[in-house]
Design a protein around this ligand. Structure first.
Ligand code: ADP
Length: 379
């Protein structure tokens, strides 16, 4: 069954086309086609997400370079949707009601949900009649208990505005947790795993027997680890203090926390781990400011990961495996070795440290396949 996976960002759309024939999670299927449309809204050839979806479909059915001969060969479309609130605990068939809910959660995910909605609406027009599924970043973490997901704020704000920890990167955490079990030859139901998704955005999850019991991102993706440009955890009073001292707008404060902090803000060099490693490596002995700050950013990054490993080991009362994924997790083996070495006297001797490349698109395709099959069976 041909499944098109669509991942809409504010100015880009990533796509992959898979041929899913079964539910076997063992198989790491390669996509039949994949690509990225960038500069949406900035290039005259691609005004909006609707135009981007059109370009993708034209590419797929192109006579010379395409991989299918007509749109109707696509039997399902899976969308990555960042925020599904408390409503979506699983991937779901997209209906008018589901669209309304995704729209409702745009208020708490203003940067992420609106592009997904544009993609969903674009596909509904361009690929009319083909069932669409929404696969939410938040769903996997909906198993957290109130003691893990509530903040120490007055309870009325949870009731009034849904202020709580939701967690993100759920598809990636679920994928690598399942892969870890397979790699260790064990059942997921018997394992306590910490998954570390380290990309530009970074988050960790405590996965106890297949269930997410805690995760480092929160109400938004700003909480938790030090990230490429996001601050991660800090005393919220710092924000009040800065707002007062610098008399800045809320928008400016948002930019500082989301775009100018983290690895970039500390190092003053880059948000990219490759650049930091290069900067430190070039002058390992010198004390110049650039390399010292790059080193400090890396140390903060590593320290916080170790702190969360300790916390999640305690939360699960045990630890069988720590798995690293994402651009940093997959490509910087020194980081995994360093953390494993630093924690060798902290974790049990049986605890494994692994690197597993994530594949969120494949999991979205498989979920979409299941949603479409269930829908077919009903009708
Ligand atoms: P995103 O979170 O935007 O999907 P990635 O998962 O690619 O991005 O993560 C970006 C980070 O991963 C950067 O800090 C970069 O240094 C690192 N990274 C990505 N690919 C590589 C690579 N091939 N080699 C080394 N580092 C990489």
């Amino acid at each position: 069954m041909l499944i098109l996976v669509i991942n809409c960002g504010s100015s880009s759309v990533k796509y992959q086309l898979f041929d899913i024939t079964g539910q076997d999670y063992n198989r790491s299927l390669a996509p039949l086609a994949k690509g990225l449309i960038e500069r949406i809204g900035r290039a005259s050839s691609c005004r909006d997400h609707y135009a981007a979806i059109n370009i993708i479909v034209e590419k797929l059915i192109d006579r010379r370079h395409g991989v299918i001969s007509s749109k109707s060969e696509i039997k399902g479309i899976g969308h990555r949707v960042v925020h599904g609130g408390e409503e979506f605990k699983h991937s779901t068939l997209i209906t008018k009601k589901v669209i309304d809910s995704i729209e409702k959660y745009s208020e708490i995910a203003p940067l992420h949900n609106p592009p997904s909605l544009s993609g969903i609406r674009g596909c509904a027009k361009i690929l009319k009649g083909i069932p669409q599924a929404a696969v939410f970043d938040t769903s996997f973490h909906q198993t957290m208990k109130p003691e893990a997901f509530l903040y120490g704020l007055s309870f009325k704000y949870y009731k009034k505005y849904g202020i709580r920890k939701y967690g993100f990167h759920g598809t990636s955490h679920r994928y690598v947790a399942e892969k870890t079990a397979r790699k260790l030859g064990r059942s997921l139901n018997s394992l306590k795993i910490i998954t570390c998704h380290l990309g530009n955005g970074c988050s960790m999850a405590a996965v106890d027997r297949g269930i997410s019991v805690d995760t480092s991102m929160g109400f938004t993706p700003l909480e938790g680890l030090l990230m490429g440009t996001r601050s991660g955890d800090m005393d919220p009073a710092v924000i009040l203090y800065l707002l007062k001292k610098e008399r800045m707008s809320l928008e400016r404060m948002g930019d500082i926390l989301n775009k100018e902090s983290g690895l970039l803000g500390i190092s003053g060099v880059s948000n990219d781990m490759r650049d930091l490693v290069k900067t430190v490596g070039r002058r390992p002995k010198t004390r110049d400011r650039k390399s010292a700050r790059a080193r400090l950013a890396i140390e903060m990054f590593v320290y916080r990961i170790k702190k969360y490993i300790g916390a999640y080991q305690a939360a699960m009362a045990g630890l069988d495996a720590v798995v690293f994924t994402g651009g940093i997790g997959e490509n910087h083996p020194w980081l995994v070795r360093r953390i494993e070495n630093d924690l060798k006297n902290v974790v049990a001797r049986r605890t494994k440290f692994l690197v597993i490349p994530t594949n969120e698109e494949l999991l979205i395709a498989k979920d979409t396949y299941n949603v479409v099959r269930r829908n077919d069976a009903k009708s």
